[in-house]
Write a protein that binds this ligand. Structure first.
Ligand SMILES: NC(=O)c1ccc[n+]([C@@H]2O[C@H](COP(=O)([O-])OP(=O)(O)OC[C@H]3O[C@@H](n4cnc5c(N)ncnc54)[C@H](O)[C@@H]3O)[C@@H](O)[C@H]2O)c1
Ligand SMILES: O=C(O)C(=O)C[C@]1(C(=O)O)C=C[C@@H](O)C=C1
Length: 300
């Protein structure tokens, strides 16, 4: 927001004094308040950035202090439960436009943000029925100004799509790293020492914030269970193909999945792939350019 000069004054707050001290020290905001209630006074836009399970309580805390005409939005990874938890607390005089930027890293906390985080990433807006169209349009312009591509989606559809593309993959990564850790007790340090690239990618994802992800699964229960059910069926089918030596099944399956990956790259939608960039913006590709901060975060 600051990079593009999109806000007159940025006011921030956080639950712990330690986080607020870092925000002040690093100049993350123009003003840091001790409470959320103080932070929202007179604000045109209020962005809720806490774990999805904490959104309802935060909405209740700020509601009496919101300025009439303000827009309230959030960045939660789940949308239906956030809408159900937040909307009942908000007065009719404010606009509520839930949102979800599809951008992040395994890091969290005040020093994990960086100006390029949202460049060329999707941000999904999930306006509730009856939302003032001009509030949604203003929020769209804000996210576009921060470098994102914006789409609108219904909350239930959002939660199902994200269960496939983000939530179930995280659970699988957590499980795989847990299995390897159990195995490590048998094989000593070999799991870490000979970690191949695929497993290392799992460990990056599995290093994500435990509170955030606990809340994601507790709040997107049905969609995640639906996708995990399908995942388990496919896994069993592949397991059987291995046991019975059904190479045709394995080959056909892997051929299908390779085509999906190639489709993503050809559509220019994998911002991490080395050949990303056809027809889309890349964060920092020029030789000698400053290191890509997103890549630095990804490497952890
Ligand atoms: N990290 C990602 O990849 C990512 C991407 C998109 C959306 N999100 C969503 O963004 C939101 C914030 O995640 P983040 O990555 O910025 O995490 P973060 O840990 O950097 O920030 C979360 C903040 O919420 C505070 N908090 C935790 N529990 C609280 C409670 N009960 N009451 C009040 N404050 C509380 C924490 O102290 C912290 O300051 C989450 O809803 C998450 O689902 C995260
Ligand atoms: O790259 C990562 O570290 C992420 O997991 C980011 C990621 C994702 O699954 O893509 C995680 C959760 C969010 O809700 C949005 C983005």
């Amino acid at each position: 927001m600051r990079r593009a000069g999109l806000a007159g004054e940025i006011v921030g707050t956080a639950r712990t004094p330690a986080t607020r001290a870092i925000a002040r020290e690093d100049g993350l905001c123009d003003r840091v308040t001790d409470t959320a209630a103080e932070a929202v006074i007179g604000a045109d836009l209020v962005v809720l950035c806490v774990p999805v399970g904490a959104m309802g309580a935060l909405a209740a805390e700020i509601a009496p202090h919101l300025a009439p005409g303000a827009t309230v939005t959030d960045v939660g990874s789940v949308k239906r439960s956030v809408i159900d938890a937040v909307a009942p607390h908000l007065p009719d005089s404010v606009h509520f436009v839930p949102a979800h930027p599809l951008a992040g890293t395994e890091h969290s906390g005040p020093r994990s943000g960086f100006a390029e985080l949202f460049d060329n990433r999707w941000c999904l807006l999930v306006p509730v029925p009856g939302t003032d169209a001009s509030a949604t349009a203003r929020l769209r312009a804000l996210w576009e100004g921060m470098g994102s591509n914006v789409d609108e989606m219904d909350a239930d559809h959002h939660d199902l799509v994200l269960a496939v593309t983000s939530h179930a993959p995280h659970l699988i990564a957590y499980t795989m790293v847990g299995v390897a850790d159990d195995l490590r007790r048998v094989t000593d340090s070999e799991v870490i020492k000979y970690s191949a690239a695929g497993f290392r990618d799992f460990t990056r994802i599995a290093a994500s914030d435990p509170t955030m992800w606990r809340d994601v699964f507790l709040n997107n229960r049905e969609a995640t269970l639906e996708i995990l059910g399908r995942f388990t069926e496919e896994l069993f089918a592949l397991q059987r193909a291995i046991r019975t030596g059904d190479g045709d099944h394995l080959h056909a399956y892997f051929t299908r999945t390779r085509a999906i990956r190639r489709g993503i790259i050809e559509a220019g939608q994998d911002t991490d792939a080395p050949d990303f960039g056809r027809g889309t913006r890349k964060i920092s590709a020029a030789p000698g350019a400053a290191p890509d901060p997103a890549a630095a975060h990804r490497q952890g």
